[in-house]
Design a protein around this ligand. Structure first.
Ligand SMILES: [Zn+2]
Length: 322
């Protein structure tokens, strides 16, 4: 029986600070905060934000479908909105709010997880260190064991305590260091980053991340005059440049779905659309994520996210007979 879905993992690195906000929530002294996981308090990019950005970039690539890029509510006269056709790669992959005949919507063949922090850069007296924790590594299926103490776990212990920002921590040696390195390399994480890794216990990771977010102050510009608005100084949080994030895209098998009463048919006449085709539409967005970015403040040089290319490890070849 054909598989009903497949999950594709993607890992991306921030080329600029990234601000994906919460819609104006104010936390402490920061005016514009970024989205966080409500349980762990760790910043994330919500899957809904990812889906929206992927959709608009994929629609730019397949530019026969510009009206299918946005939120899709038709105008009062019935024009505009998502086309909702079974031949539309954007509407079938990302879903649409209602059909041409107002018969309802379609959930879409691709579903996006939140993008979780995998590696987060922190300044230390030895230069930048990218911190992570067992929970963050596990979302990328990299296992690290024995991280129990309030300490930073590295390739070897020794030396004095290390400062992460203003927090001073003892250094411990991580058992299974090489395994974690191999796991990160297979995800496409550059060696310069994975070599400078520090694993923290989950709770301490959340604390260190939240104490080391970028906070910028900016001036609101009056769009009418192009001048700074008086008294319009505001501050905003961002994930720093070189933060590494991990997210998953679950692609359903189009053969199991009908749009209205029709098969999904964007691959061309008579051609069965596959799970790979669905993921292909999603992956179309990746060059745009790298060049146009995600989140707010794009006009302030923020938001570019490079999707890393996973490395294929040396596959165990067939055993050679002597
Ligand atoms: Zn469409």
């Amino acid at each position: 029986m054909a598989e009903s879905f497949r999950t594709f993992r993607h890992v991306g690195m921030a080329l600029d600070p990234i601000h994906v906000g919460t819609g104006g929530a104010r936390l402490g002294r920061v005016d514009l905060t970024i989205a966080r996981d409500p349980v762990t308090g760790i910043p994330k990019i919500p899957g809904s934000s990812l889906a929206g950005v992927y959709r608009s970039y994929a629609a730019m690539v397949r530019n026969r479908f510009p009206r299918c890029a946005g939120v899709g509510q038709p105008r009062p006269d019935g024009s505009g909105g998502h086309c909702g056709k079974p031949t539309c790669p954007i509407c079938t992959v990302f879903g649409f709010a209602r059909g041409q005949d107002s018969s309802g919507g379609f959930a879409g063949l691709a579903a996006f997880s939140d993008a979780h922090l995998l590696l987060f850069p922190v300044a230390t007296r030895e230069g930048p260190l990218w911190v992570t924790c067992p929970m963050a590594l596990e979302t990328a299926e990299v296992i690290s064991l024995g991280v129990t103490d309030d300490a930073v776990y590295r390739g070897q212990d020794g030396g004095g305590p290390l400062n992460l920002g203003w927090l001073l921590l003892p250094v411990r040696s991580l058992s299974g260091w090489q395994q974690v390195q191999t796991g990160l390399t297979s995800l496409g994480v550059p060696d310069e980053i994975s070599r400078r890794l520090g694993v923290l216990p989950d709770k301490l990771f959340a604390h260190v991340v939240n104490s080391n977010l970028e906070v910028r102050t900016s001036v609101a510009i009056d769009p009418a005059t192009g001048a700074a608005e008086e008294g319009a100084l505001f501050s905003y949080e961002a994930l720093p440049r070189t933060t590494v994030l991990c997210w998953q895209v679950t692609c359903k098998n189009p053969a199991h779905f009908r749009v209205g009463s029709s098969e999904v048919a964007f691959a061309g006449a008579g051609q069965q659309v596959t799970i790979e085709d669905v993921h292909g539409v999603v992956a179309d967005a990746h060059p745009y994520l790298e060049h146009l970015g995600i989140g707010g403040m794009g006009t302030r040089g923020m938001g570019r996210l490079r999707v890393l290319r996973p490395q294929q490890g040396p596959s165990p070849g067939p055993a050679e007979a002597e």
